[in-house]
Write a protein that binds this ligand. Structure first.
Ligand SMILES: Nc1nc2c(ncn2[C@@H]2O[C@H](COP(=O)(O)OP(=O)(O)OP(=O)(O)O)[C@@H](O)[C@H]2O)c(=O)[nH]1
Ligand SMILES: [Mg+2]
Length: 386
């Protein structure tokens, strides 16, 4: 199977039949399957089963009785169950005309790309189907914003919020995608270095059925962008804070039993530096350990950088206070230096200590094997029975 076309559906019973017919027509002899991931509360699953019975291409259905993580969760579920090497995501309300499929699939299969996205903002593309003025504004604003926030990863994309795209499944790590982010393309692009191409895409007006809430979508997008951009920073800050408190507690305890203050400070520092590292390894970067350098390397670089940072910070404080005569602002200077030090340490751990080897040149990067979730094809007999 070359391509799995994943169609997330939420109450799209009026659109399913036309979608399957037009998809069959459009894809011709290409080796594709259709996979509906359905969270509907109406009769959409029954309609899918009925239409599948007479479909020329294989149609499969995952109906989620307890949908988790909405649209994003549905697409991830589709990725996990896809039989194709490539997966296309296409809306179930015919806003993405299935006639665009051949262009997308053929470009995907020409072997030069890891991801091919339909863009509304290249010549030949068209976003006329955005439901209202608010949507138009939101789309343009958020596209600008994410391009500003992720200049490197989104360099090759003019429409990172598009919902119509194809990705090579062995190039992405499904465990690293956060399904809560409902703009899955943005999620994929920001988390993985990929060779990206675009084709012009049309966003047609919704054919039938209801449009989903606007404000809620804007809110979810905002949360997704924050999560993508600052990622593990809150966790990093939390571990640092706990470490700071532990440091003081240890020093206080040691002094209490008669240890000199310098020895107490050294023991406290050594203990918290090691404690911080252990906490980072176990709670914050546990998913990145396997792809990063060896344990001793991570340890020595983490501890080495933290040690160097605090030495440089102390020196900088001395420079600020003594040479710039900030005697009455020493605490303020220390606060500013701590903030700068925090960002430097965070960046160093993200970029160096837990850098994923094999990222950068995506061509040779072996993706993780994807556990295929078996979902039976809706064969004519079976569909007729149910
Ligand atoms: N499985 C699943 N599909 C969803 C969910 N929310 C939306 N969808 C489907 O995802 C596709 C895109 O959603 P739409 O509601 O069309 O989103 P939109 O195109 O931004 O907005 P409108 O068309 O104006 O509603 C459609 O096929 C929906 O049926 C969900 O929670 N679960
Ligand atoms: Mg739609």
């Amino acid at each position: 199977m070359d391509v799995t076309i994943i169609v997330p559906t939420f109450n799209e019973s009026l659109n399913v039949e036309e979608l399957v017919r037009r998809t069959e027509q459009a894809v011709g002899e290409r080796a594709v399957e259709l996979l509906f991931v359905d969270d509907s509360t109406d009769d959409t699953p029954e309609v899918i089963r009925r239409v599948a019975a007479s479909s020329r291409i294989p149609v499969r259905l995952i109906h989620r009785e307890e949908p988790v993580d909405g649209l994003g969760g549905a697409v991830l579920e589709g990725y996990r169950a896809a039989a194709g090497r490539w997966a296309v995501v296409m809306d179930g309300d015919l806003q993405h005309p299935p006639e665009m499929l051949p262009g997308l699939i053929d470009k995907a299969l020409d072997g030069r790309w890891d991801l091919v996205a339909g863009s509304r903002f290249v010549p030949g593309g068209d976003a006329e189907g955005l439901a209202n003025g608010f949507r138009v504004l939101l789309t343009h604003f958020s596209t600008r914003l994410v391009k500003l926030l992720f200049p490197r990863r989104l360099k090759g994309s003019t429409d990172p919020m598009s919902g119509f795209f194809a990705v090579r499944l062995d190039r992405i790590d499904l465990d690293r995608l956060h399904p809560r982010g409902f703009k899955i393309l943005l999620e994929v692009l920001c988390r993985t270095p990929l060779r990206v191409a675009e084709i012009p895409a049309t966003l047609a007006p919704r054919v039938a059925g209801e449009s989903k809430g606007d404000i809620k979508q804007a809110w979810r997008l905002a949360r997704q962008i924050v999560e993508l951009r600052i990622g593990r920073m809150p966790g990093f800050a939390f571990i640092g804070l706990i470490g700071g408190i532990a440091n003081l507690a240890i020093m206080w305890g040691l002094e209490h039993v008669g240890v000199g203050y310098l020895s107490a400070a050294i023991v406290a520092a050594a203990t918290t530096i090691i404690g911080n590292f252990v906490a980072q390894e176990h709670f914050l970067y546990h998913d990145l350990r396997a792809g990063a350098r060896k344990l001793w390397w991570r340890f020595s670089h983490s501890v080495g950088f933290n040690g160097a940072e605090s030495a440089v910070r102390t020196f900088a404080l001395w420079v600020a206070v003594e040479l710039l005569s900030l005697h009455d602002r020493a605490v303020l200077a220390q606060a500013a230096l701590l903030v700068i030090g925090f960002f430097l340490r965070y960046a160093y751990h993200e970029r160096v200590v837990y850098k994923q080897l094999g990222q950068g040149g995506s061509a040779e990067r072996p993706g993780r094997p994807v556990a295929i979730r078996p979902v039976p094809v809706l064969l004519p007999d079976e569909a007729a029975e149910s």
